[in-house]
Design a protein around this ligand. Structure first.
Ligand SMILES: [Zn+2]
Length: 359
């Protein structure tokens, strides 16, 4: 089997599909890391380059807003423009890191459909100019709404996205925990279709969406957003296996027809991660762990040099602290923290050394 290769940089359309297929057939998944600014985007690309792994970079709506700047009064405009700016940053720089980058947006519930549609307006403009979209994929998370509404909206938006070579990530069943205020606190129970994705719903989604365009499914199998005390989370990856089997049998497809996404990857058991990847998970979202990986070394640095964060020049002995309070000194430590955490994630997901970016 010949190994597919792609040009380094942001991949969209057929390139994105190639990236997804390479991961599934290669038995690995890619980290999908939430970013909020150039520091975090660059750290994620640096980590991917060091790991020789391709990578997925994503923005939540508030991540986009933060990227544009909290000083912008029109929060909606900031959410759109910040997300556009982040994608443009990646389009300009990703190729210089020598790996493939997929650009995604994270959870968009019903109230955030206008954010996605505004991003599609921008994506269509970009497509006209460059022959490719700004983003590889957007996510619509209408899992809190009735499934008819969820799938109907997904079909409508995917039809628009398919015209500019974009993929759509949908969610069936609600990921526990909380992310940007979007999440749930449903009671646990395998029968609870709110918490555990039902294979019948996945089949319905496949039959409706597959003829329209490329899509992936964030399935709920006990995964939660955030990091909790060990033992609080019971992952049931067999739910993924059952969904794949039902689609394969009913639609006569090959092995693992669904492109599955693992939300709430932070703090998950490694054996369950490996099992989920075996059932067609190609993308694992990581946010909480990289937030901590950035902040921990910064906190340590401030604690080691408290006077540099109080005085420009030490009032007792005249020591100048410029080198220490220059934000680059500690922001770089945060970036290095993200790089270290992502090297670990690439190892867990089996993506180390698997970049398909050609020389
Ligand atoms: Zn999520």
């Amino acid at each position: 089997m010949s190994k597919s290769t792609l040009k380094a940089g942001v991949v969209t359309g057929k390139g994105y599909i190639t990236l997804v297929e390479a991961a599934k057939s290669g038995g690995y998944a890619l980290p999908a890391v939430n970013v909020i600014g150039t520091n975090t985007i660059n750290a994620v690309m640096e980590a991917a380059a060091r790991a020789r792994s391709d990578i997925i970079i994503q923005l939540s709506n508030t991540g986009g807003q933060f990227y544009a700047g909290k000083g912008i009064q029109d929060a909606f405009a900031a959410k759109v423009m910040g997300s556009v700016a982040a994608a443009q940053h990646a389009h300009l720089l990703a190729e210089h890191y020598g790996i493939c980058v997929a650009m995604h947006t994270d959870h968009a519930n019903k109230a955030l459909i206008p954010w996605i549609e505004a991003l599609l307006d921008e994506g269509e403009k970009y497509y006209k100019q460059h022959g490719k979209p700004l983003y590889s994929s957007h996510m619509l998370d209408l899992s809190a709404d009735p499934i008819d509404f969820n799938l109907g909206e997904c079909a409508r938006i995917l039809a628009r996205m398919a015209k500019i070579d974009m993929s759509l990530e949908i969610e069936l069943g609600v990921t526990g925990g909380e992310e940007d205020g979007i999440g749930s606190d449903f009671e646990e129970g395998a029968e609870n279709s709110k918490l555990y994705t039902q294979p019948e719903d996945v089949l319905r989604a496949y039959q409706l969406l597959n003829p329209i365009g490329h899509f992936s499914v964030a399935a709920s199998f006990g995964n939660v957003h955030g990091v909790y005390k060990p033992g609080n989370v019971k992952l049931r990856p067999e739910i993924l296996k059952n969904s794949q089997a039902l689609v394969q049998k009913t639609c006569g497809t090959g092995n693992n027809p669904l492109n599955l996404v693992f939300h709430g990857g932070s703090g998950s058991e490694k054996s369950k991660i490996h099992e989920a990847v075996g059932y067609g998970v190609f993308k694992m979202n990581i946010d909480t762990d990289t937030q901590f990986a950035f902040s921990q070394p910064v906190g340590k640095f401030v604690k080691q040099h408290p006077r540099a964060f109080e005085f420009q020049i030490d009032p007792d002995d005249g020591t100048p602290y410029k080198k220490l309070y220059d934000p680059r000194s500690y922001l770089r430590l945060g970036e290095e923290g993200i790089v270290a955490r992502l090297l670990e994630a690439c190892e867990d997901l089996g993506s180390l050394g698997k970049s398909i970016a050609g020389a």
